[in-house]
Design a binder for this molecule. Structure first.
Ligand SMILES: Nc1nc2c(ncn2[C@@H]2O[C@H](COP(=O)(O)OP(=O)(O)OP(=O)(O)O)[C@@H](O)[C@H]2O)c(=O)[nH]1
Ligand SMILES: [Zn+2]
Length: 369
């Protein structure tokens, strides 16, 4: 790779056999790999790249936050070689800059080097993966070549609990908790460094933050790749799967003080679509919902299956930060069994208030009297 300046981590991703090729019009999944400093993200990337998987994988090593240069390169490893595209960063903030030209860079690269089957994006340890996720999500709607498959968060079994409970001086949610809150999958890594009791503690802490997330455990980030790739976490064709999953979610016990929690409820009946939009916007955008202490509720992740009057199909609700989406799924409601299920992950959430508002404002016929 003479002549190429590439920012690389100590261990470069390795060769991946080229086996499959994409047909035209097929979208390429992006998995975001997040996790606190040193948790094992790069180890996971390298593991994925060297495992046998018949995929042509591009890796974006994202060190955008660092340095002051206005231009940064996007390092992409593909088939054992590293390529780079130059990005013009206006303010050094990944989510703002990449939104405009990161996807463009990926698309340019694919034009030049041929399509990839899969993209892995490693965020820096302090990044908010939700912000990165939202940029792929928005662009998917604009007919991008790329779609967000899932957010995977690697957790350090030994230091994860400490990182999770660290309070930030400004009262903001700490990054480690945020990374778990938005995740579709978490991997508790470095289990060799803890005993069974410590492992149970971190498992419980993760579960208390995110009641929906799948939890794997690993050493050296070695996990079954079929549990990590192709999750289709945001895919409405996966509605049946989500509906099943939501039924199993429980409210989390307030485990970590002032931390992020999961709350869930179900309400039978049909909803008014406009009223649901207002409810969600009041919650996510206007921050109008307050808990009993008067603190505004902050939702980091939102999922649900809802029933709209007159629609035979189930509708999937997805939210990450301030973005949300309602999409019809192929799944049909059973007669008289229309049950709306919602899961909220965030801070200062009060289940009773959320549910009361939902019943009084969103349920069909609620406003009639
Ligand atoms: N004991 C132990 N060490 C591990 C394990 N997995 C990874 N490591 C080590 O932990 C260190 C950090 O791993 P990385 O994969 O670089 O972590 P990272 O999340 O990419 O780190 P940053 O990019 O710096 O935030 C490395 O020295 C790894 O070899 C494990 O399961 N057990
Ligand atoms: Zn790394």
């Amino acid at each position: 790779m003479d002549g190429m300046v590439i920012e690389e981590e100590d261990d470069c991703p390795e060769l991946v056999p080229i086996v499959t090729t994409l047909g035209p019009g097929e979208q390429i999944p992006v998995t975001i790999i997040s996790g606190y400093l040193g948790a094992g993200k790069t180890t996971l990337l390298n593991y994925i790249l060297t495992e046998q998987h018949n995929k042509r994988i591009a890796v974006i090593l994202n060190e955008f936050g660092e340095g002051s240069a206005l231009e940064k390169s996007l390092a992409v490893s593909q088939a054992g070689e590293l390529y780079e595209e130059w990005l013009e960063l206006r303010n050094g903030c990944l989510c703002c800059s990449v939104k405009d030209n990161g996807l463009k860079a990926i698309e340019n690269l694919m034009e030049k080097k041929g399509k990839f089957d899969y993209i892995l994006l490693e965020t820096t340890g302090l990044a908010d993966p939700g912000a990165v996720a939202s940029m792929f999500w928005v662009d998917a709607e604009l007919g991008s070549d790329i779609y967000l498959d899932g957010i995977v968060t690697v957790i350090d079994a030994k230091y994860g609990l400490k990182q999770l409970t660290e309070e930030k001086a400004d009262g903001l949610v700490n990054e480690a908790a945020r990374q778990i809150a938005v995740a579709d999958l978490t991997i508790i890594n470095k289990t060799d460094l803890v005993n069974e009791e410590e492992l149970a503690q971190i498992r419980e802490a993760v579960r208390s933050v995110n009641g929906l997330v799948k939890i794997l455990e690993s050493q050296k980030s070695r996990v079954d790749l079929s549990e990590v790739l192709d999750l289709h976490s945001f895919d409405s064709t996966n509605g049946a799967h989500l509906a099943e999953k939501l039924q199993l979610v429980k409210d989390s016990r307030p485990h970590l003080d002032k931390s992020i929690l999961t709350v869930t409820f179900e309400v039978a009946g049909d909803l008014c679509e406009d009223a649901l939009n207002i409810y969600i916007q009041d919650l996510l955008w206007e921050k109008m919902f307050k808990n009993k202490e008067g603190q505004p509720m902050t939702v980091i992740r939102l999922k649900g299956i809802v029933s709209f009057a007159g629609k035979a199909h189930q509708v999937m609700l997805q939210g990450v930060h301030e973005l949300y989406d309602l999409n019809e799924t192929p799944q049909l409601w059973e007669e008289n069994l229309r049950i709306n299920r919602l899961v909220f992950i965030g801070r200062n959430l009060d289940k009773d208030i959320l549910q009361e508002q939902f019943i009084s404002k969103v349920l069909e016929g609620a406003n009639a009297n």
